[in-house]
Design a protein around this ligand. Structure first.
Ligand code: G1P
Length: 286
């Protein structure tokens, strides 16, 4: 059973300056919900009950966001606004434990995950990168958990990427990329388009064996002196099977402005309370 999830949220979010100067980029909303909450809901709905945020001291509003606010809740309930109270303190978070671990220096995604080691404590666990927003009938993490439950091995979500963008991702190599479940033979972090072993890339959701921590500790740092998760997965493959799951559904890269706006428009058009008005607005603009 996968019960723990690590969410690295310590990054500076420079692409979203000035918005991310005083507000963590993970707290920027897609319509009315902060980006990070989509990932937390995905995790909790997939059965996770311990969320480990790797955070930095500047990002306290994330902590505040996931704390129950009983004072405002009772004010809302007393004034008959029960529906709004549910949005304030979502019921699905009632039995979830939130942990916050500070990452003092930005030493890469692998280093961020290493900060969760003592809380993860020898259990296989999930990693969710909140910049990647997934919308699908069965969530991306649930698709991974289904495979993990059957195969009991690490499994990472992947999707096909345009070659022109492949240099932004961890790219897998496999002799059989036609199946939904792929046996990863190798993985390379951010290769050039010419060197990429395929057009299939890691897309922000992982189930990892706890042995990954040993690999995170032993891998060589990259040219920017960062510990890369991809390099630790590459090293894990020499000891254990690591699978990839071709994700079925939509994905929005909310770490980029285009992806963020794309997600906002797509979700607005699906929100019954505003979709008709938004359609008209878009038609007028066009
Ligand atoms: C990270 C990982 C990369 C992965 C990507 C998915 O990169 O290092 O392997 O493909 O997330 O979004 P980042 O987006 O942090 O540069």
């Amino acid at each position: 059973m996968i019960k723990k999830a690590v969410l690295p949220v310590a990054g500076l979010g420079t692409r979203f300056l000035p918005a991310s100067k005083a507000t963590p980029k993970e707290m920027l909303p897609i319509i009315d919900k902060p980006l990070v909450q989509y990932a937390v809901e995905e995790a909790v709905n997939a059965g996770i009950n311990e969320i480990i945020f790797i955070i930095n001291p500047e990002k306290n509003s994330i902590k505040k966001h996931f704390n129950m606010n009983e004072e405002i809740e009772s004010k809302l309930i007393n004034s008959g606004k029960t529906d709004i109270a549910k949005k304030l303190n979502p019921e699905i978070f009632t039995n979830v434990t939130f942990y916050y671990v500070n990452q003092e220096e930005q030493n890469g995604l692998g280093d961020a995950i290493l900060h969760a080691e003592s809380i993860v404590n020898n259990e296989d666990f999930a990693v969710l990168l909140p910049d990647d927003l997934f919308i699908s009938k069965k969530s991306c993490l649930s698709q991974l958990i289904d495979i993990y439950n059957k195969k009991k091995s690490s499994v990472i979500a992947v999707n096909k990427i345009d070659r022109k963008n492949i240099h932004k991702y961890g790219v897998i190599q496999s002799s059989n990329i036609t199946d939904n479940i792929i046996n990863i033979e190798d993985i390379v972090e951010k290769p050039s388009a010419e060197d990429a072993p395929s057009d299939v890339a890691a897309c922000g959701r992982y189930i990892l064996s706890s042995t990954i921590f040993n690999h995170l500790k032993s891998v060589t740092r990259d040219k920017n002196n960062e510990v890369q998760l991809t390099d630790a997965i590459k090293s894990l493959i020499s000891d254990e099977k690591v699978l990839a799951c071709l994700y079925k559904g939509e994905k929005f890269d909310c770490g980029s402005k285009e992806g963020f706006v794309h997600a906002t428009i797509a979700l607005a058009l699906r929100d019954e309370s505003i979709s008709e008005d938004i359609k008209k607005i878009i038609q007028e603009i066009i």
